[in-house]
Design a protein around this ligand. Structure first.
Ligand SMILES: Nc1ncnc2c1ncn2[C@@H]1O[C@H](COP(=O)(O)OP(=O)(O)OP(=O)(O)O)[C@@H](O)[C@H]1O
Ligand SMILES: [Mg+2]
Length: 348
């Protein structure tokens, strides 16, 4: 649905957009800035293009970051802010036309739906394609088996990303041969793609090591694993399995950093609906005051880091700690304090 009673985005600066994202997304400054600028420029391009003497091209974005670092969260948070149609699609559900799964055009069906089938509005929308790394090329020799959910989908995506008139079915799902297709121009639709690209860091580090041979050894490339994504190039992404034409249509690359202790602690406590706030609310509904000691919080973060699931690990650990307390909630009187010793018991 189109949000109308939100901030007047036409007058919100990129800094204000980022300020909005800050309430939900901890850290990830570069990604938040990139998205804020892209959204702001998108608005300018579609609403003030009549003032511009030069036609301004759109710049689609690729967000790369480890699992659980906030890619989908950024997409969902920005959607709360926007007052243009917005849709999030999962690339893993897409297949090449004619095969089991959704056609790439279904992306535009969803955008049309979020615009209440207002074509002009949908043509100014924003699409977030999540899990784009999952449609990477499955093998080096595509002629052996058709790669209908990998390279085939990438090829199909090209057409809608580059800006063309696409025939869009009005409904997703079962195809009615007689259903009337809707013509949609994708020229002004902003595409943001995101993915974890597991294994990409190895590709980057291999390239960096190779290219330093013969050069000055002290070119300060002794980066630790966490920073490697800062060095990502389109060659690395190509090697990972995206086709060059698709990479070329996602010209802005931004990466999300892996979350450190301090950020994880803030994620646990700070956002409006942080995990800890949610548990407190749950218990409060049973008139129980729930408290976590500082050392308990530190231990949760420590255990979450070991899981390597990003911020998702926090939830996993918390659930394990809280399960029995929630099960026996009717036996708890007035207050419950979770200390690090309670946590240690659960992880024996
Ligand atoms: N930077 C962050 N700030 C606040 N919360 C975060 C952040 N990163 C992750 N989280 C929390 O962790 C959960 C998982 O994050 P998200 O779904 O955005 O991960 P992702 O990067 O999309 O991972 P994946 O690659 O596995 O899809 C979110 O629901 C959110 O609560
Ligand atoms: Mg995600």
């Amino acid at each position: 649905m189109i949000k109308t009673n939100k901030l007047n985005t036409n007058s919100s600066s990129p800094r204000e957009i980022k300020y909005f994202l800050d309430k939900y997304v901890i850290g990830q400054e570069d990604a938040k800035k990139t998205i804020s600028v892209a959204v702001y420029n998108h608005y300018k391009r579609i609403y003030y293009s009549y003032k511009a003497k030069v036609e301004i091209d759109k710049s689609n974005i690729l967000m790369i970051g480890d699992t659980g670092t906030g890619k989908t969260l950024i997409a969902k948070s920005i959607s709360k802010f926007l007052n243009v149609p917005f849709t999030i699609v999962d690339a893993t559900s897409l297949t090449e036309a004619g095969y089991v799964g959704e056609d790439v055009e279904s992306i535009l069906t969803k955008l049309l739906q979020s615009a209440n089938y207002n074509i002009a509005l949908a043509e100014k929308g924003i699409v977030f394609i999540d899990e784009i790394d999952k449609i990477s090329r499955k093998n080096d020799n595509p002629s052996i088996t058709r790669d209908v959910s990998g390279e085939g989908v990438q090829q199909a995506l090209l057409k809608i990303l580059e800006g063309s008139i696409v025939n869009v079915p009005p409904n997703v799902g079962r195809k009615h041969p007689e259903q009337k297709l809707i013509k949609l121009n994708t020229k002004n639709i902003l595409f943001i793609a995101g993915g974890a690209f597991e294994g990409l860091k190895n590709i980057i580090s291999n390239r960096l090591n190779l290219s330093t041979i013969g050069f000055k050894k002290n070119v300060s490339l002794d980066v630790d694993g966490k920073d490697l994504l800062n060095f990502v190039s389109s060659h690395d992404i190509k090697k990972f399995g995206l086709i060059p034409e698709l990479i070329g249509r996602l010209p802005i690359i931004t990466n999300l950093n892996s979350l450190e202790r301090e950020s994880l602690k803030r994620i646990l406590l700070e956002p409006n609906n942080s995990i800890i706030k949610q548990y407190k609310e749950l218990f409060l509904l049973d008139k129980i005051k729930l408290k976590f000691t500082d050392s308990a919080i530190d231990l949760i973060v420590y255990k979450a880091i070991k899981l390597s699931l990003g911020a998702r690990g926090l939830k996993t650990i918390c659930e394990k700690i809280m399960k029995d307390y929630m099960f026996n909630i009717d036996l708890i009187k007035e207050s419950l304090i979770i200390d690090k010793f309670d946590i240690k018991l659960k992880f024996k």
